[in-house]
Ligand binder design. Structure first.
Ligand SMILES: Nc1ncnc2c1ncn2[C@@H]1O[C@H](COP(=O)(O)OP(=O)(O)OP(=O)(O)O)[C@@H](O)[C@H]1O
Length: 257
C-alpha cells in the first residue's frame, strides 16, 4: 500500500520575506481523499508541487513508502485546471500517449485508451480533436490520461475550477466513482468548501503568511452518496451545512487576520 508523507516541511521562494509553507505535515495513503482549502496565496499549489516532485522543500521530509521523493514519478499523476493536453492529437491519442509512457505495446494502446475514454464518459469521442471538446470534456480527458498510468496517487489542482455548476457536479460524481474504483490516494486542491466536504475523507484548511495547516477535519459525506443518497440530499443535510459553515468561518476568520 502506497503512502506519501510530507513531514514538517518548510519552503521558501527566493526573495520572499515569509516562508511559503511552514512546518506542514500531511500524509496520504491509498483509499484516502484529502481536499485542501484556504484563501488564495496560502500555499496550496506549492504543497501540491512538492508532493508531485516538481519543487523541493527548504527543510523537512517528503517520502514515498519511506523513500525520499526526488522528483516526479509515474505513481503520482497530476491533473491541472488547464490540462496540458496535446492539441494536435485526438482524444484517444492523448490517452494513448500516457499508455506509451507506461510501456503498453503500440497495438494495445488505442484499445486500452478507448476503454479509459468510456470510463470517463467520453465514449464515441475518440477521434475528436482537442479543440472540438468542451471544457468539461477536456477535464474528463485529462482524468483519463492520468488514469492511464494507473497511479497510486492522483494530485489535482483545482481541476473543476473552470467548469459551469452543472458540469462541475457531474465531474464531482465522476471523481467519486474513480476514487471508489481505483482506491488511489487523492489530493485535491479546491476553492470550493462544498466540493471539499462532499468529496473528501479529510479536509485540510490552510492559512497564509506563512502557509500552514490550521485545521484538519475527517469527514464521510461521500459514503452517503455511495449508500444511495443523492448528491443534492447530502449537500443539503443539516450536518453538511453545519460543517460547511464551520469551514467558512475558519477560512474567513483567518482572512480577517
Ligand atoms: N514560483 C514562485 N516564485 C515566487 N513566489 C511564488 C511562486 N509561486 C508562488 N509564489 C507565491 O507563494 C505564495 C503561495 O502561492 P501558491 O500558488 O502556492 O498559493 P495557492 O494557495 O495555491 O493560491 P491560489 O489559491 O491563488 O492558487 C503566493 O504568495 C505566491 O505569490
Amino acid at each position: 500500500m502506497s503512502r506519501l508523507e510530507i513531514s514538517n516541511v518548510t519552503a521558501h521562494y527566493e526573495g520572499a520575506a515569509a516562508p511559503v509553507l511552514a512546518n506542514v505535515s500531511l500524509a496520504l495513503g491509498a483509499g484516502e481523499f484529502v481536499a485542501v482549502i484556504g484563501r488564495s496565496g496560502c500555499g496550496k499549489t506549492t504543497l501540491l508541487n512538492l508532493a508531485a516532485g516538481f519543487a523541493f522543500p527548504t527543510s523537512g521530509r517528503l517520502t514515498l513508502d519511506g523513500q525520499p521523493v526526488r522528483g516526479p514519478g509515474p505513481e503520482r499523476a497530476v491533473v491541472f485546471q488547464d490540462d496540458a493536453l496535446f492539441p494536435w492529437l485526438s482524444a484517444v491519442d492523448n490517452v494513448a500517449f500516457g499508455l506509451q509512457l507506461k510501456g503498453v505495446p503500440k497495438n494495445d494502446r488505442r484499445e486500452a485508451a478507448r476503454g479509459l475514454l468510456a470510463r470517463v464518459g467520453l465514449a464515441g469521442l475518440d477521434e475528436r480533436p482537442i479543440w472540438r471538446l468542451s471544457g468539461g470534456q477536456r477535464q474528463r480527458l485529462g482524468l483519463a490520461r492520468a488514469l492511464a498510468i494507473e497511479p497510486a496517487f492522483l494530485l489535482m489542482d483545482e481541476p473543476l475550477g473552470a467548469l459551469d455548476a452543472m458540469t462541475r457536479e457531474h465531474m464531482q460524481q465522476l471523481l467519486l466513482d474513480i476514487f471508489l474504483a481505483t482506491r488511489a490516494g487523492i489530493l485535491l486542491i479546491t476553492h470550493s468548501i462544498e466540493e471539499a466536504l462532499f468529496l473528501a475523507t479529510r479536509v485540510v484548511v490552510m492559512a497564509p503568511n506563512p502557509g500552514r495547516i490550521v485545521r484538519t477535519l475527517d469527514v464521510d459525506f461521500s459514503r452517503r452518496v455511495r449508500a444511495g443518497e443523492s448528491a443534492r440530499a447530502v449537500k443539503s443535510a443539516p450536518d453538511f451545512i453545519e460543517a460547511r459553515a464551520e469551514l467558512l468561518d475558519l477560512v474567513f476568520e483567518r482572512e480577517a487576520q
